[in-house]
Design a protein around this ligand. Structure first.
Ligand code: C2E
Ligand code: MG
Ligand code: MG
Ligand code: MG
Length: 291
């Protein structure tokens, strides 16, 4: 009987695996079609200066609303795109869309400086033409290149460190900034931090969201901020959701905040309404008051 149960379990597990493999294959197929039809959207999450609550920039995040699968999270479809060899095309589509949008906003709101962060996957960074093509993309869209930041993770950099460093240095030489994403979850290597041409380090959400339940996280966050500053890097706190977290982060000396406390990622029109038009109306009425 025990043997039978064991084999039933094994069979269910195998069925489960089959279903998984099938779902992966379906997703891969649907993703391909969605990309061909240019159906991927980009949402924008504000990055705010915690000292004055002002918008500094935004992170572009890929969104996929599939007719038959519904909303699929990037945590799910980005790895699929990586495995299926679609990531370069996907990354290119997202980057182009976001830069076209930024160029529009830079023209429409010339008095604002708006930074744009774009996520780059290991599979993209690995390619020898990555930096050249990324720079070409920026130049073809008329955006102010000094406002563009590329976000990479430690795991992306570490694969072939010499190659990654060369790619990132090429971006930096062209005027693009580099940000290390999800810091604290991977290797968190000090020597890696020192070796990459960074401007920003993003402290992973897991430290911020457990600040109250795990006292050690406060020390960790403070230490990361101090260490980054001593290296000359600025810090972004990811995943700030409460005013208590905001207060702590601000006291810890974090330079920028990104999180649901301010806003979740928004479609372009909503982002524009909330963060660009409103601010524009304010400054317009300021000027009229002076006359
Ligand atoms: P990430 O680059 O670390 O992006 C931040 C993620 O944290 C986003 O999830 C964002 O919605 C979420 N987030 C921000 N603030 C909060 C908060 O206060 N609370 C909580 N619970 N979550 C918060 P999202 O959009 O689901 O993206 C997940 C990951 O997928 C990204 O993590 C990034 O690694 C990847 N990704 C998304 N878009 C792209 C893309 O265009 N290219 C590449 N290569 N990767 C992407
Ligand atoms: Mg990111
Ligand atoms: Mg992150
Ligand atoms: Mg992440």
């Amino acid at each position: 009987r025990a043997k039978q149960i064991k084999s039933t379990k094994a069979m269910l597990y195998a069925l489960d695996m089959d279903a998984d493999v099938e779902l992966q294959a379906t997703m891969e197929q649907k993703l391909k079609v969605a990309m061909e039809n240019d159906e991927l959207a980009v949402h924008y999450q504000p990055q705010i200066d915690p000292n004055n609550g002002e918008l500094v920039g935004m992170e572009a995040l890929a969104r996929w609303q599939s007719d038959c699968l519904g909303h699929v999270s990037p945590a799910q479809f980005i790895p699929i795109a990586e495995e299926a060899g679609l990531i370069t095309k996907l990354g290119g589509q997202v980057a182009r869309k976001a830069m076209v949008q930024l160029a529009k906003w830079q023209q429409q709101f010339p008095e604002r400086t708006i930074k744009l962060s774009i996520n780059v996957s290991p599979g993209e960074l690995m390619r020898s033409r990555f930096a050249t093509e990324f720079i070409e993309c920026v130049k073809s869209t008329d955006v102010d290149i000094s406002q563009i930041t590329v976000e990479i993770t430690e795991s992306a950099a570490i694969g072939d460190l010499d190659h990654s460093r060369a790619m990132l240095q090429q971006l930096v030489d062209a005027g693009i900034s580099v940000s290390l994403d999800d810091f604290g979850t991977g290797y968190s290597s000090l020597s890696l931090l020192k070796q990459l041409p960074l401007e920003w380090v993003k402290i992973d959400r897991s430290f911020i969201s457990n600040i109250d339940s795990e006292a050690a996280n406060k020390d960790i966050v403070r230490s990361i901020v101090m260490m980054c500053h001593s290296f000359g890097y600025k810090t972004v706190a990811e995943g700030v959701e409460t005013s208590a977290e905001l207060k702590f982060i601000s006291n810890a000396g974090c330079d920028l905040v990104q999180g649901f406390y301010y806003s979740k990622p928004l479609p372009a029109d909503e982002f524009e309404k909330r963060y660009l038009q409103y601010a524009d109306i304010c400054s317009a009425s300021d000027t009229s008051a002076k006359h």
